[in-house]
Ligand binder design. Structure first.
Ligand code: URA
Length: 209
């Protein structure tokens, strides 16, 4: 059996060769090294506008996403749509994806190896969309893409800098509570609202700047 480091190196090489989001999707359709691909119903690549100014990253597809092949289409997705609407956005103006592109069995958290194999494809998506601002839904996406080691409560409410290999410049990045958490803890929505206002202000700066 090939070891994980080889699979990650392959993922990097394959993702780097993709010149468009369509090529990247096709490459992921054929990428069988990630064990999640074997247990999921289908690939859950992304949703939204390919040149969106705002790029959102969740955690992992759930049952509804696995069925439809699109991120955030279940109850969390409905709340996410309302959160976006609160700052005047909808899915035609954002790009939404996850740290892994297939549903983990039984909704268990993705393993470090699964995340590492998907990461080159996630980073390539960011490079191909070239958004103005990143928003991470929950601590996992922030830890994966920013290399941080803190929980969401310590990460939200701050602005970070994301530097991607294939990006001409660094991007502002924000973290907020995952919608699934907000469904369980509605009192925390006021903090998410503050985060969304900070994101909206940064998008406004990017639009005029
Ligand atoms: N939760 C996530 O993190 N991503 C989805 O796509 C759905 C639920």
């Amino acid at each position: 059996m090939r070891d994980v480091q080889h699979e990650i190196a392959d993922a990097r090489r394959i993702a780097a060769a993709c010149r468009s989001l369509e090529e990247l999707r096709a490459a992921l359709e054929g990428f069988e090294a990630c064990p999640l691909a074997a247990t999921a119903t289908q690939l859950c690549f992304a949703d939204g506008h390919p040149q969106a100014p705002l790029f959102l990253v969740g955690e992992a597809p759930g049952a509804a996403e696995d069925r439809l092949g699109k991120p955030f289409v279940g109850p969390s997705g409905q709340l996410l749509d309302r959160m976006l609407a609160a700052i005047g956005l909808d899915r035609s103006r954002v790009w939404i994806t996850n740290t892994v592109f297939w549903r983990p069995p039984g909704n268990r958290p993705p393993t470090a190896a699964e995340i590492a194999m998907c990461l080159p494809f996630l980073e390539r998506q960011i490079a191909l969309v070239r958004p103005k601002v990143l928003l991470f839904l929950g601590g996992l996406a922030a830890r994966v893409l920013l290399g941080m080691d803190e929980g969401v409560t310590r990460l939200r409410g701050r602005e970070f800098v994301y530097r991607g290999d294939d990006l001409p410049h660094a991007l502002p990045a924000f973290v907020t509570y995952h919608p699934a958490y907000l469904l369980r803890q509605p009192a925390q929505k006021r903090f998410a609202w503050r985060d969304l206002l900070a994101v909206a202000a940064r998008l406004e700066d990017a639009a005029v700047g």
